[in-house]
Design a protein around this ligand. Structure first.
Ligand SMILES: NC(=O)c1ccc[n+]([C@@H]2O[C@H](COP(=O)([O-])OP(=O)(O)OC[C@H]3O[C@@H](n4cnc5c(N)ncnc54)[C@H](OP(=O)(O)O)[C@@H]3O)[C@@H](O)[C@H]2O)c1
Length: 293
């Protein structure tokens, strides 16, 4: 039997949430110049927020800021900084507060990745990934926290699902993202009484991103993906929609959580049975197993 052509729909957040949801609010996003974090920023702006996007490559940041401002009618400002260098992040925060007078939301999304086994990854390369992902998140929290306390705002940290199991060639990122998850949980507990929330979004593989380009086998990025419960690859807009929800007051009682946006992949174990064939057409696997069908 052919696998199901069913896949979960991909909707725009404006079809669900109010267009002025974040009017008067300001987002500070590291990694916002490209990929997933760019889409997260775009969605926040579509719902009325202004934004500051942070990265090392000013040309790309400036181009993205221009495109997002034109597409949404809101203001997006580029701020060049390296999340490993706290003084550059402080300047980026000053850019945000000078321009907008406040910061309400922070996305810690800047990250580095490459494929290498533990036996091959150098100490320097391992340290660099931890410095960008984990220490960069810590630096971003430190630089923005006074403003987020003042606005009773909220953090989203962009992690991954790799470290829930042993993912080959990803020891460095697994260690770094586990640290990010831990930081967010402590932040939620320590800052909750100050009115601050902190959550993690953990994307599964997201098609069309630089991350997937670098890490996945050529030709594996297709929209229809029957081997996941949701029936397709993730899209940057799936992560953007989760962002809008988690930053909204609809998530006011949600803090310290990790939200995988992976179409259910993390819960799937398929050692013995073909999937989704075994659930869509149980009779077709009768010859393989002895089960009460
Ligand atoms: N793509 C996926 O399928 C996937 C899956 C799971 C998790 N994620 C996570 O999602 C996030 C975005 O990934 P992506 O695939 O969209 O990759 P991406 O486009 O390469 O985004 C990474 C961003 O981080 C910035 N950055 C890197 N090092 C930095 C530094 N030292 N200081 C400041 N900014 C820095 C980059 O800008 P500059 O180069 O200008 O600095 C870039 O805009 C990452 O946290 C990644 O781990 C992605």
């Amino acid at each position: 039997m052919a696998p199901s052509a069913y896949s979960q729909p991909l909707v725009d957040s404006t079809a669900i949430f109010k267009p002025d949801l974040f009017k008067g609010k300001v987002l500070f996003c590291t990694g916002g110049g490209s990929g997933i974090c760019r889409a997260m920023t775009a969605a926040m702006m579509r719902h009325g927020a202004d934004a500051v996007i942070v990265g090392r490559k000013l040309d790309r940041l400036s181009q993205t800021a221009k495109e997002l401002s034109e597409a949404t009618g809101r203001t997006c400002v580029p701020a060049q900084a390296d999340v490993r260098q706290p003084h550059t992040l402080k300047d980026a925060v000053a850019t945000a507060t000078d321009k907008f007078g406040r910061i309400d939301f922070v996305i810690c999304g800047a990250a580095g990745n490459f494929l290498a086994p533990i036996s091959g990854v150098s100490e320097n390369a391992f340290r660099t990934v931890v410095e960008i992902d984990t220490i960069g998140t810590y630096n971003t929290i430190k630089a923005t926290l006074p403003h987020i306390r003042a606005s009773k705002g909220s953090y989203i940290h962009v992690s991954a699902t790799l470290h829930y199991r042993g993912t080959p060639y990803q020891a460095h990122v697994s260690a770094a993202k586990a640290g990010v998850d831990a930081l967010s949980a402590v932040l939620a507990v320590e800052e909750g009484p100050h009115g601050v929330r902190s959550n993690v979004i953990s994307p599964g593989p997201i098609s069309g991103t630089e991350g997937m380009e670098r890490l996945s086998p050529k030709g594996s990025q297709t929209g229809h993906f029957p081997g996941t419960p949701a029936g397709r690859m993730g899209d940057v807009e799936d992560v953007a929609n989760a962002t809008v929800f988690l930053f909204s007051d609809a998530a006011a009682f949600i803090t310290g959580q990790v939200l995988p946006v992976d179409g259910g992949t993390e819960h799937l174990r398929t050692q013995f049975l073909p999937y989704p064939q075994a659930v869509l057409d149980p009779a077709s696997v009768r010859s393989l197993i002895s089960a009460k069908l």
